[in-house]
Each structure stands twice: as structure tokens, then as C-alpha cells.
Design a protein around this ligand. Structure first.
Ligand code: PLP
Length: 264
């Protein structure tokens, strides 16, 4: 069917508190007018105060979720989020190679804002070697970019160098989030595109703790826009605009790091 409604997939962990992970992904994709599906890799017990517990699902059940989607839906773009440990990263990579789900956005989730590890330490190498080379878009924050490249990032020039290093690892389009050292009053992200063009995206820095799920929201918005046929640069710019608006208009939910406003 030529005019199938754009369908997207998030491969990630849940957030019982509704602000991050698969829940943020589905809300974002819904708001961006695509049909969102999900392969659940891990389940967290979580609220705005932190991650109390989590468990990854058996790989067989994850494989079956992929197979169910591939047998029926026409996924046009997908993303990965929390993948828990090296075995699950590897299992997801095997499925991504097996099926055609369109351009892949990799959010290399490692540590939640509250400090909880959502990826085992020894899985960083698996993400670097197996998942990053599949990424059409890679969306690390500064600590994630540091772990993936092994380079310390303290200046804007460091961010630009790290983006090149991430492309050398095989990722095509990169957005490194959060260069506040270089521009303390701004939320500055550095973008390096596959064709070698690069630019900074800056937005005002808001003084708020309601930023839970920003990474998930950005990568999901990019995924939705790619599913609608946008080019990589446009999808990344629209993602930044969407997250900025969602942070600028906070909603009061919970007692800690509250969620974004997906209706902003
Ligand atoms: N929980 C899950 C399942 C996530 O995927 C993420 C981020 O990707 C988080 C929590 C952390 O969200 P944040 O660091 O924005 O609070």
C-alpha cells in the first residue's frame, strides 16, 4: 500500500512514572503524528524521584516482539533507548540487522539523571562496537560521548572533535547534547552530518528540574520526523525545537525530576 500511515518503533525500557523511556517515546511520537510501536527491552520501577529497580526481559520475548512487528507492520523509522546490558545490546543489534525498520536513531542511554545506571558498565564497548556503527543518527549527551570516544569533553572544540570520533566509529549523523561549559546561559548541541556539514543548535537554558526524559523525547521526535520523510538535518532541528518547547512550559507532576510537557 503506497500511502500507509507512518509507523515508528522504539526499542527501549519502560518508565512506570511516565516521564522517560518508552512512555516518553510513545507520547512524543503520538504528538508528532506517527503511529508508534514498542519493543520492550527492560521494565523499570521508577518515578520522578529516581529508578527504584529494573529488570531486562528474556531475549526470547524481545526477539518475538521484533518478529511480531516485522510480520505485520511497515516500520519506517526506529530508535533505541535503554538496553540494560551487553547481552541485550547484542540481541537488539541482531534483530536490527535481520529486519528493515528504516533509519535508526540510537540514544546511547547509560545513566539516568538521578544517577541510576541503565546500562551495565561493561556494555559500553558493545554499544560502541556493535550498535553505534548501525546508527543513522546518534544522540549522546556529554558523558555518553565521553564514554563512547574515551575523550574528555570540556570545551566546544572538544565536542566538535568527539563528533568526528563518533563518525569514525561508524555513526552517520551525530548530535552531541549539552555543551553548557562553552555557553553557560545556553543549551547548545553540536551537530555533525553525514555529508560533513556541521552546526550548533542553541536554545535558552531554563532553570528547571522538570527535564526528565529529554533525551528520549529528542530521539523520538527525530524518529517520527524521519518516518514522515524529513531529511536528517530537518528532523534533528525539529527535535531540538520540540524539546525546547517542552522544557519551557513545564507541568507539575511528581516531587522530583518532573516530566516534560508534550503538549507545549
Ligand atoms: N528511564 C528510562 C527507561 C530511560 O530510557 C531513560 C532515559 O533514556 C531514563 C529513565 C532517564 O531519563 P532522564 O535521565 O532524562 O531522567
Amino acid at each position: 500500500m503506497a500511502n500507509e500511515f507512518p509507523q515508528t518503533l522504539t526499542i527501549a525500557g519502560t518508565d512506570s512514572g511516565g516521564g522517560a523511556g518508552v512512555m516518553a517515546d510513545l507520547k512524543t511520537m503520538q504528538e508528532r503524528n506517527v503511529f508508534a510501536t514498542a519493543v520492550i527491552v527492560a521494565v523499570t520501577a521508577q518515578n520522578t524521584l529516581g529508578v527504584q529497580d529494573f529488570m531486562a526481559l528474556p531475549q526470547k520475548l524481545i526477539d518475538e516482539q521484533f518478529a511480531s512487528l516485522a510480520a505485520d507492520l511497515k516500520i519506517r523509522a526506529c530508535k533505541t533507548g535503554m538496553l540494560a546490558d551487553a547481552a541485550h545490546v547484542h540481541g537488539v543489534v541482531e534483530n536490527l540487522k535481520k529486519y528493515q525498520f528504516g533509519p535508526l536513531t540510537v540514544d546511547p542511554v547509560m545513566i539516568a539523571k538521578g544517577g541510576a545506571a541503565l546500562l551495565a558498565d561493561d556494555a559500553v564497548a558493545t554499544v560502541r562496537e556493535e550498535l553505534v556503527p548501525l546508527a543513522d543518527v546518534l544522540t549522546p549527551n556529554l558523558p555518553e560521548a565521553e564514554r563512547l570516544t574515551g575523550q574528555k569533553i570540556t570545551t566546544a572544540a572538544d565536542m566538535e572533535r568527539a563528533a568526528v570520533a563518533l563518525q569514525d566509529l561508524g555513526a552517520k549523523n551525530i548530535i552531541i547534547k549539552g555543551g553548557h561549559e562553552a555557553t553557560p546561559d545556553k543549551a547548545s548541541d553540536f551537530v555533525l552530518l553525514d555529508d560533513g556539514r556541521s552546526f550548533w543548535l542553541t536554545a535558552p537554558r531554563y532553570d528547571t528540574v522538570r527535564t526528565h526524559g529529554t533525551g528520549d523525547t529528542l530521539s523520538s521526535c527525530i524518529t517520527a520526523e524521519l518516518a514522515k520523510g524529513k531529511d536528517f538535518e530537518s528532523a534533528i532541528r525539529l527535535g531540538k525545537d520540540y524539546v525546547t518547547a517542552a522544557i519551557a512550559n513545564p507541568i507539575a507532576v511528581g516531587h522530583g525530576h518532573g516530566p516534560l510537557n508534550h503538549w507545549a
